[in-house]
Write a protein of this length. Structure first.
Length: 196
């Protein structure tokens, strides 16, 4: 029998060393979108990477025929929720950049619907980012970015552009949508790079 009081709530707020500072665990999957959910048919979908030397293009069949990774990762939203052990399938940025040579070090991700977000290229390579098209064993729900979204789990989740349609290489870092509206240019949850 335990005489240790755990407080009126019965248990204290869940803590876990996978939880960055200022974050709270959720077990549902919140939807956060700045605009309406676009309706994108995979027959019309394409993904492009634009560099100083030209445009690389994949349609849905080409894209989903690339090497596919299973990803099990934690995600952290700047609005203070984190979700642990989320399961995705997608194509790593390493695979997408395999045959691409570029001197440009910065990326602007562009989405269907107009959303943008910026990430330095070296934060997308070496197993750090994917274009994901499955979540929890199912095709990615349109509300969560389907047919495909960027997944950059080591940065706050606003960097994981839903409905992603391409990456544009840039010489210099430039702010995307939320970054122009007060969110941090970089967005590391472990350093609490929330706003600037
Ligand atoms: N295209 C697009 N991508 C987006 C957003 C958006 O509004 N539009 N919101 C971002 C923010 S702020 C978060 S927290 C996550 C939310 O993803 P979810 O709705 O799947 O939880 O998507 C990010 N990607
Ligand atoms: Mo967010």
């Amino acid at each position: 029998m335990s005489f240790i009081s755990r407080g009126f709530s019965g248990r204290s707020r869940e803590r876990d060393d996978r939880l960055p500072p200022g974050q709270t665990l959720v077990h549902d999957f919140p939807v956060l979108s700045a605009g309406p959910t676009p309706d994108i048919d995979t027959a019309d979908w394409e993904f492009t990477i634009r560099t100083e030397s030209g445009v690389h293009r994949w349609n849905w069949d080409e894209f989903t025929s690339l090497k596919i990774d299973d990803v099990d990762t934690d995600i952290h939203c700047v609005t203070h929720w984190s979700k642990l052990g989320t399961k995705w399938r997608g194509v790593s940025l390493d695979t997408l950049f395999e045959d691409i040579e570029t001197e440009q070090d910065y990326v602007m991700a562009h989405s269907y619907g107009g959303y943008t977000t910026n990430v330095p290229l070296d934060e997308l390579l070496d197993g750090k980012a994917w274009v994901a098209f499955e979540y929890d064993g199912e095709p990615l729900d349109p509300e969560h970015g389907g047919p495909a979204r960027l997944l950059v789990p080591h940065l706050y989740f606003w960097k994981s552009a839903k409905w992603v349609r391409g990456l544009e290489m840039m010489d210099q870092d430039e702010p995307g949508f939320w970054e122009q509206n007060g969110y941090h240019i970089h967005g590391d949850p472990w350093k609490e790079e929330r706003y600037w």
